[in-house]
Design a protein. Structure first.
Length: 256
């Protein structure tokens, strides 16, 4: 079972003045993106043989490619070792997922990606493996990949409001960058659902405010902003507040 509120921030990727609202709920600390990550050559390779085993280890879900003989041999040995070292593969999967978050928090993206892949190999129902890899894709600014992988995680943990909100964050950013109306609609739907499941979450309410802002519903944006402010004044981002004030003066007159 995923510990919904146990992960505090791993990623921050500001867009315009909306720095804090576009942080993942699952993380608040920026990771170093200077690591190799997924190279353009790897991302665009069409032939399975062109991608080395080392590169596959750091691609989301091992690149979702047909397995080579070398990869199969390596995986069999790994699984056998885990069977001897852990009481179950679920326990082993949780262990490697936890190590993935540790490495991600330390900015070691490639190592983190490999650990999340191992967690997925051990248990493809472990939502944290998808979640962590989605965060890495977001950190690498691969937004479509991030959304796709996070959806896989949500499919196996459909009441995890933090994961839900992180996926909404990705989709809001896709709207900001590409005016992708479908992405914004998905984000708003996710946030409404997350709010229904966890109605006292300031980060969720603040992102709902951001979603309303994107729809140019500034009165609605203020409503959610005020709700977030009442719950947690520390969740408020002053730069976003300035953006909102520029569109519509605070209807309650609290912020001037």
């Amino acid at each position: 079972m995923i510990k919904i509120w146990s992960l505090v921030v791993y990623v921050s990727l500001p867009v315009w003045a909306w720095a804090q609202p576009l942080q993942f709920v699952s993380s608040a600390r920026s990771a170093d993106t200077a690591g190799r990550g997924q190279t353009t050559a790897v991302a665009n390779a069409s032939a399975t043989a062109e991608i080395s085993l080392a590169d596959r280890r750091i691609l989301p879900l091992f690149g979702e490619l047909p397995k080579t003989a070398g990869q199969i041999d390596e995986e069999i040995k790994f699984l056998m070792d885990c069977d001897q070292s852990f009481t179950s593969r679920h326990e082993a999967s949780d262990f490697f997922a936890a190590r993935g978050w540790d490495y991600l928090n330390g900015g070691q993206l490639d190592t983190a990606a490999h650990r999340f892949n191992l967690a997925w190999l051990l248990n493809d129902r472990n939502a944290e493996s998808y979640w962590g890899m989605g965060v890495i894709c977001y950190q690498q600014n691969k937004l479509p990949d991030a959304a796709r992988i996070l959806r896989k995680g949500l499919a196996v943990a459909d009441t995890n409001v933090v994961l839900m909100t992180d996926l909404a964050t990705v989709q809001i950013k896709q709207f900001q960058l590409n005016q992708d109306a479908i992405a914004l609609e998905e984000a708003d739907t996710l946030l409404q659902r997350a709010n229904a499941l966890s109605p006292k979450s300031a980060p969720i309410l603040l992102k709902l405010s951001l979603s309303r802002f994107a729809y140019a519903d500034y009165a609605g944006a203020w409503d959610f902003f005020h709700q977030a402010h009442v719950i947690d004044i520390g969740a408020i981002d002053v730069l976003y507040l300035s953006e909102l004030q520029a569109k519509l003066a605070d209807p309650k007159g609290i912020f001037k």
